[in-house]
Design a protein around this ligand. Structure first.
Ligand code: FMN
Length: 363
């Protein structure tokens, strides 16, 4: 099952059901150009057998940037670097995707040189957090167009598709939120209004690219990390709307695929989304998948593709190795110097130290 092919409704064929989850790695150039280090890290996973490779969150406007060394997709000058990345990935037989991103309130003024903006102003204890100003109509028109332009760039660069980042409390998720979004205009209040940005972005991206180019959105079904004010039933409705708007896949960021939903503890999110979505809209699921059994159990619940984050960082050959009956993935923590052998350069290695349990001298 894990090693079966999967055909998206666009016609694009995945050689197996294992994807690299989008992983911020801070390895690109400060102007957003794709670096050799970023290419190497992704190419190594493509060579390790991943059927799909998602880039890290790539900002679609310069005011959407959150991280140092973040890959950009905000200007035509970035296309040659992206094309080199896509070409290198394609030669391995994987399908490459760009994750399209805007940080909203989580954009970093030190990098963007402007005040962040979001649905509504709010405060947060995160270090360096600058309260955002509320979005103007022109910000929203501009960002919708920017997502569409970025998708066109990804297509021109040779990618198979894009994933719009609608999860984790970043711009689109800030608008979806029932608590962060306190607007009283057509972008806030009812779910129709809070989902307007997600839907307008999906529709604009869909019309910017041809029907053989995959378009999807990543969603947080419920609260987790920075995502707050997310209600399971609202997320199910949003996913249905996105399918109507032309999404070919919905990527559920679950943090732990073994857990049922908080709202209905006897029900699993993948089963609920599978029932809510047309059968030809793929479900990608991510969250603490380490073993082949974890992955296959999630496929059995109705996911079509499993995305691996931490397991892929520590096991670049995970798909090739998982076919072996004795395969036991490395779960960390590993020595910092061992990261170099996994095609991880120092900015990413330093970032990984801020995550629990991956690196011996980490948090
Ligand atoms: C180092 C790191 C960077 C991440 N960067 C992103 C990102 O750019 N975009 C995103 O949607 N999720 C990001 N995530 C979340 C992962 O895609 C994934 O959903 C999460 O790590 C849970 O899956 P895992 O347990 O297999 O790692 C990141 C996670 C980690 C550990």
């Amino acid at each position: 099952m894990l090693f079966d092919e999967y055909r998206f409704r666009t016609g694009a064929l995945l050689k197996n059901r294992v994807a690299l989850a989008p992983l911020t790695n801070k390895q690109s150039h400060s102007d957003g150009r794709c670096s050799e280090a970023e290419r190497r890290w992704l190419r190594r996973r493509a060579e390790g057998g991943f059927g799909a490779i998602m880039t890290c969150a790539a900002h679609v406007t310069s005011d959407g940037q959150t991280w140092d060394g973040q890959l950009g997709c905000f200007g035509d000058e970035l296309v040659p670097g992206l094309a080199k990345l896509a070409e290198g990935l394609r030669t391995t037989g994987t399908l490459p995707f760009v994750q399209l991103y805007h940080g909203g309130a989580r954009a970093t003024p030190r990098l963007t040189h402007t005040q962040p903006w979001s649905a509504s102003p709010f405060d947060d204890a995160a270090p360096g957090f600058v309260p955002p100003r509320p979005a103007r109509e022109t910000d929203l028109e501009r960002v919708i167009q920017a997502f569409a332009d970025a998708a066109r760039r990804a297509r021109d660069a040779g990618f198979a598709g894009v994933e719009i980042h609608g999860a984790h409390g970043f711009l689109i998720s800030q608008f979806l939120s029932g608590t962060v979004n306190r607007r009283t205009d057509r972008w806030g209040g009812s779910l129709d209004n809070r989902a307007r940005l997600a839907r307008c972005v999906t529709q604009a991206v869909r019309s910017a690219v041809s029907s053989d180019f995959c378009v999807g959105m990543r969603l947080s079904a419920e609260d987790g990390g920075w995502a707050c004010g997310m209600d399971l039933d609202e997320s199910l409705q949003v996913a249905r709307w996105l399918a109507e708007d032309g999404a070919d896949f919905v990527h559920l960021s679950l943090w732990d695929v073994t857990r049922n939903t908080s709202k209905r503890p006897d029900q699993h999110p993948v089963t609920l989304f599978r029932a809510a979505l047309p059968s030809d809209v793929a479900i990608v699921a991510a969250g603490n998948v380490w073993s082949r059994t974890d992955a296959e159990n999630t496929l059995a619940r109705g996911a079509d593709v499993i995305a691996l984050g931490k397991a892929a960082i520590l096991n670049p050959d995970w798909p090739l190795r998982a076919a072996e009956p004795e395969f036991e993935p490395e779960r960390g923590p590993i020595e910092p110097h061992a990261l170099r052998e996994l095609a991880i350069s120092s900015p990413f290695a330093d970032y990984l130290r801020t995550f629990d349990g991956l690196v011996t001298d980490g948090r």
